[in-house]
Design a protein around this ligand. Structure first.
Ligand code: DMJ
Length: 590
């Protein structure tokens, strides 16, 4: 039998407190709570049982003890002996409780432990109390260990291949280009893992070849491979990475040879041909509008304008298209007509998410001069607020839902959790302060998507309750219970911590890391995505470690725990959507 749903006892606790969330708990209490949570249910029950026993014994021997410690000599020997006898008789009684009673006490302790768990979202704490946060040394070391463990698995069982399959101790190929290795290069550099970095660099120098008859996805290979190589070039100054970036960049260009100039989704980097997916001539809007940071940077470095011209054309076309709603874009665009298709559906999740992210980030990358990006971004955020932002019942969590032909759906992908970070980055760059307010509110929601699950890990998709009288805020459909080790929430925690210095964001990240370690770590090396975040007894491993776990998730966690705000200074670098930092251009370059 599975343990009771965490949502059940969370709901009970919240009901008692009857307020909205406020997670600024005194860190010391949170630290104890965290340690408590690491114990098994049996351990917790035994500890509570012992405590109850000690308490009873304490009461029984109270007069004797106080007499002793206050040095009272008034009791004569006989009375002392009587009291001491009473106390020891009581202790003996406690120790010889019949088994049934012991079971009852254990059960009571167990119930108590369940109601305590709900206190994790206690409403009484103020944020000012959270001064200390988790000790930096612990968390950074813990985090580096996590990376080393992930890397070791990849090294042992998947070296040079795209993704580790940690359970079967094997690998899977997507493009056959060492995706995890390339995605992880700058993470290792940032973490100072020199030995690991040098080994990986040697593989790039001797084994990595893009002259392969293989179809790659334009977007995925741009953000992971081109982005990873460009950022590693900037961090290390090593021309090897720039040469490789030029090679893959030029091999991706055939994707733009369409009648509309909206690129195809797939390119054969060996043959120089490109095509849409087999079933459609559409491309995904997020995919064609989230390759710009990388291609623009490639043009700046090579002084070859073809890359920037191609991606700028896409942005200009999308800017002018009909079919938007208050700056919100549909999810598909046709490579023949250049028009949006499947119109009337609006989401900040899959297929549209990074369109919004790259509007802001292109504006920042170019030195805040290209006002069209800023205008489109500001309009879109107003569109989000007007059409997609709602609050949950019973606890008033702020979320961003979806709209389908005028019908609102309270569904949110975990992917949407990039938004708090992006909003905060905009506010840091001078955009309206209410963007930061929305960022903080949404950050809380994204954290609760982890905190309210039995494993403390978020599902891929949640549905929020909005009807008055709902028992819980978050529902998860059976098909949406998986966790792919995605980065968006810890990414946003990193931004929120950098800009507010509120240690609760570190605390939340620390909890998420602990739960990755508890439920997704594979002892022989690596981490695995899981099928069911609602079953702590068997989250059901999927046997895959996505490259973005090393490229993004562990990098953002490391930076979240680092006190060095100059380590990837956010006034000098802008992260691409795969967490690869690219330089903000010097003012003359835009
Ligand atoms: C990554 O490849 C990128 O973050 C992308 O923008 C969205 N999907 C994954 C991570 O979830």
């Amino acid at each position: 039998m599975h343990p009771p749903s965490r949502q059940d006892y969370v709901a009970i606790t919240l009901g008692q407190r009857g307020g909205s969330y406020n997670n600024g708990k005194q860190w010391r209490r949170q630290s104890c709570w965290r340690k408590w949570k690491q114990l098994s249910r049996l351990q917790r029950s035994l500890i509570l049982f012992t405590l109850v026993l000690l308490l009873i014994c304490g009461f029984a021997s109270y007069p004797t003890l106080t007499d002793h410690f206050t040095g009272k000599k008034t009791l004569d020997f006989k009375r002392k002996r009587e009291r001491s006898h009473q106390a020891s008789t009581f202790i003996l009684y406690c120790l010889t409780i019949p088994m049934k009673k012991a079971v009852f006490v254990l059960f009571a302790a167990h119930i108590l432990s369940l109601s305590w768990r709900g206190a994790v979202i206690d409403t009484e704490q103020g944020t000012e109390g959270a001064k200390d946060g988790p000790a930096k040394d612990d968390t950074a070391a813990n985090q580096e260990d996590s990376f080393r463990h992930a890397w070791q698995g990849y090294k042992d069982f998947a070296w040079g291949h795209d993704e580790l399959r940690p359970i079967s101790k094997s690998y899977s190929e997507w493009f056959g280009l060492g995706l995890t290795l390339i995605d992880a290069l700058d993470t290792m550099w940032i973490m100072g893992l020199k030995t690991e970095f040098e080994e990986a660099k040697a593989w790039v120098a001797t084994e990595l070849s893009f002259n392969k008859n293989v179809d790659v996805n334009l977007f995925e290979s741009t953000i992971r491979i081109l982005g990873g190589l460009l950022s590693t070039y900037h961090l290390t100054g090593d021309s090897l990475f720039l040469e490789k970036a030029k090679d893959i960049g030029s091999r991706l260009m055939p994707a733009f040879k369409t009648s509309s100039k909206i690129p195809y989704s797939d390119v054969n980097i060996g043959k120089g041909t490109a095509h849409p997916p087999r079933w459609t001539s559409d491309s995904t809007v997020a995919e064609v509008t989230s390759i710009q940071l990388e291609f623009r940077e490639l043009s700046r470095l090579t002084q070859d304008q073809q890359y920037e011209v191609a991606v700028a054309e896409v942005m200009n076309k999308v800017h002018k298209l009909d079919g938007k709603l208050d700056g919100l874009v549909p999810m598909f665009i046709n490579t023949n007509s250049g028009q949006f298709t499947h119109q009337g559906i609006f989401t900040l999740g899959a297929r549209a998410d990074s369109y919004y992210e790259y509007l802001l980030k292109q504006w920042i990358q170019g030195g805040k001069k290209e006002t069209q990006f800023l205008e489109d971004y500001l309009q879109a955020i107003e569109g989000v607020k007007k059409n997609l932002v709602q609050k949950t019942s019973p606890n008033g969590l702020t979320f961003v839902g979806e709209l389908s032909h005028g019908q609102f759906s309270p569904k949110m992908d975990h992917l949407v959790c990039f938004l708090p970070g992006t909003l905060a980055l905009g506010a840091h760059n001078g955009l309206p302060e209410d963007h930061m307010d929305l960022a903080k509110q949404m950050m809380e929601t994204c954290y609760q998507m982890y905190n309210q699950m039995e494993t403390g890990l978020s599902p891929e998709i949640v549905h929020f309750n909005m009807h008055q009288g709902s028992v819980r805020d978050i529902e998860v459909k059976l098909a949406d219970r998986h966790n792919l080790l995605r980065p968006e929430t810890v990414e946003s925690l990193f931004y929120l911590y950098r800009f507010t210095k509120d240690r609760k964001y570190r605390q939340w990240g620390w909890e998420i890391l602990q739960n990755f370690n508890k439920y997704t770590k594979v002892s022989s090396g690596g981490y695995t995505s899981v099928n069911n975040v609602r079953d702590p007894d068997y989250p059901s491993p999927r046997d895959k470690m996505e490259s973005f776990f090393l490229g993004e998730t562990l990098k953002y966690l490391y930076l979240l725990f680092s006190d060095d705000f100059n380590l990837i200074n956010l006034d000098q670098y802008v992260f691409n959507t795969e967490a690869h930092p690219l330089p903000i251009w010097p003012s003359s370059a835009a």
